[in-house]
Design a protein around this ligand. Structure first.
Ligand code: NAI
Ligand SMILES: N[C@@H](CC=O)C(=O)O
Ligand code: NA
Length: 436
């Protein structure tokens, strides 16, 4: 039987890993796919670097349009990244009737609605397991393994770079900037690492998971994003003293009023398995009405773990090449004409509990003022500790609250910051028990 021809675009961290896995496991892969899967051609800006990876036998070009336009390429693998040239290439590949495998979460979160509609029209597959949580087969799990369930919520550590930074800061007291450099050296970070540390990358992945968990279109524009760049080591330490770990969490939940879609640093009880997922590892906790809770854990970034997902998609596509498009797994898990445009809940309407750190004058009456302002906004206190007097006569007060709607927390925080006895901004982190 004729081999399946792969056109690889981008031979960087993930593209290099993909070429390596395709070569190393060629025999196993062809036994699974039923046909030989052959790296037919590759495109990369830096030809010399790509040549080192793919070897002599594979034609190399620097213009990726030659790949999407080549009549003998069956599956185009997009590992360039970004949403400019990559979007043009993917749409052109689809128009040319080629199937696409991509690891590009930004592209899908921002333009997935257009891309999947075009793929549907042309009867081709766009596979994207590597786009979410690297090597963890979470797309497969949500789209196929859990298709019996009404998924209620899911929460994930879905940015390896941020989790690596937080783990190194907590375990070794390492400096944020140094660890970020190390994450870049290890190939974990995005081309622009602000996407990692400001929560955008996690937001892209969360958007994709929410779409396939609930059967809604991509809605990245309404995803709340807060990253770890402003997080201070002392809050990680205080959280730990109180029995919590701080993780960059992406959380999406169906509520009666709309879908929560939010990424932010989050305190999680340390006895939760997900709180103990460290380094570049990712984890996604899914709550379905039939299964209850299931935790998917594994490496979230890096060359070979991500290539594992890319190549698994190639095998999937190879198996389904000749199948009737109507009988393939829908791109977003639900039939395209059955997607629901559920509203995304504004952040002010989200209900959460909070960790607050307040720098206040160490004098009588301050605590009473703060607790009064919290009570006036219907916020009850679960724990309150004072972190000792500073030499300048101020003290740090750390408060854990019970659950309250975010707009009330915002009002209370603004009122506390307006007190003469309070200096600077109140540090606010959200807390999730993840047991509901
Ligand atoms: N690095 C990781 O651990 C993971 C990355 N991803 C995604 O995979 C994709 C690739 O990421 P990396 O491999 O880390 O990036 P990278 O920067 O290491 O590789 C990108 C490659 O594309 C090439 N390239 C750029 N523009 C090109 C063009 N116009 N034509 C041809 N080649 C071009 C570059 O020369 C480079 O070799 C991105 O979408 C990223 O978000 C997804 C999961 C994990
Ligand atoms: N930069 C991303 C790479 C994988 O998606 C991350 O750190 O998770
Ligand atoms: Na994955």
């Amino acid at each position: 039987m004729k081999p399946i021809n792969i056109g690889l675009m981008g031979v960087g961290t993930v593209g290099g890993g993909t070429a390596t896995v395709l070569k190393r496991n060629a025999e196993e892969i062809s036994r699974r796919a039923g046909r030989e899967i052959r790296l037919f051609m590759a495109a990369n800006r830096d030809l010399a670097r790509a040549r080192e990876v793919v070897g002599d036998g594979v034609p190399l070009v620097d213009d990726a349009f030659q790949v999407v336009n080549h009549p003998e390429v069956d599956i185009v693998v997009e590992l360039i990244g970004g949403d400019t040239i990559a979007k043009e290439l993917v749409l052109k590949a689809i128009d040319n009737g080629k199937h696409v495998v991509t690891a590009n979460k930004k592209l899908l979160a921002m333009h997935g609605n257009e891309i999947f509609a075009r793929a549907q029209e042309k009867g081709v597959m766009v596979a994207f397991e590597a786009a979410v949580a690297g090597g963890i087969p979470i797309i497969k799990a949500l789209r196929e393994g859990l298709s019996a369930n009404r998924i209620e919520w899911l929460a994930g550590i879905i940015n390896g770079t941020s989790n690596f930074i937080l783990s190194e800061m907590r375990e070794k007291g390492a400096d944020f900037a140094d660890v970020l450099k190390e994450a870049q050296r290890l190939g974990y970070a995005e081309a622009d690492p602000t996407f990692d540390v400001e929560g955008h990358d996690a937001g892209h992945k969360l958007t994709i998971m929410a779409a396939i968990a609930f059967g809604i279109p991509m809605n990245f524009d309404n995803c709340y994003l807060e990253g770890i760049s402003q997080l201070e080591g002392k809050d990680i330490q205080y959280a730990e003293e109180l029995g919590y770990r701080v993780k960059l969490l992406g959380l999406t939940r169906r509520t009666d009023k709309g879908v929560e879609l939010r990424v932010h640093p989050t305190l999680i009880p340390e006895d939760q398995l997900i709180a103990n997922v460290n380094g570049v590892m990712n984890a996604v906790l899914v709550r379905g009405d039939a299964i209850g809770q299931a935790l998917f854990n594994g490496p979230g970034a890096g060359a070979l773990p991500t290539a594992s997902a890319v190549v698994a998609d190639i095998v999937d596509v190879a198996r389904l090449l000749t199948s009737d498009p109507e009988h393939r797994v829908p791109h977003l898990a639900f039939q395209p004409d059955r997607l629901q445009n559920l509203p995304i809940l504004p952040m002010g309407e989200v209900v959460s509990s909070y960790y607050l750190r307040i720098q206040a004058a160490d004098r009588a009456g301050v605590m009473a003022d703060i607790t009064r302002l919290l009570a006036e906004n219907n916020i009850s206190i679960e724990a309150l500790i004072q972190k000792g007097s500073a030499t300048d006569g101020s003290a740090e007060i750390v408060i854990l609250t019970h659950r309250v709607v975010e707009k009330s927390a915002n009002k209370a925080i603004a009122a506390i910051e307006a007190l003469d006895s309070v200096a600077g901004k109140v540090v606010r982190l959200r807390m999730e028990e993840l047991n509901g």
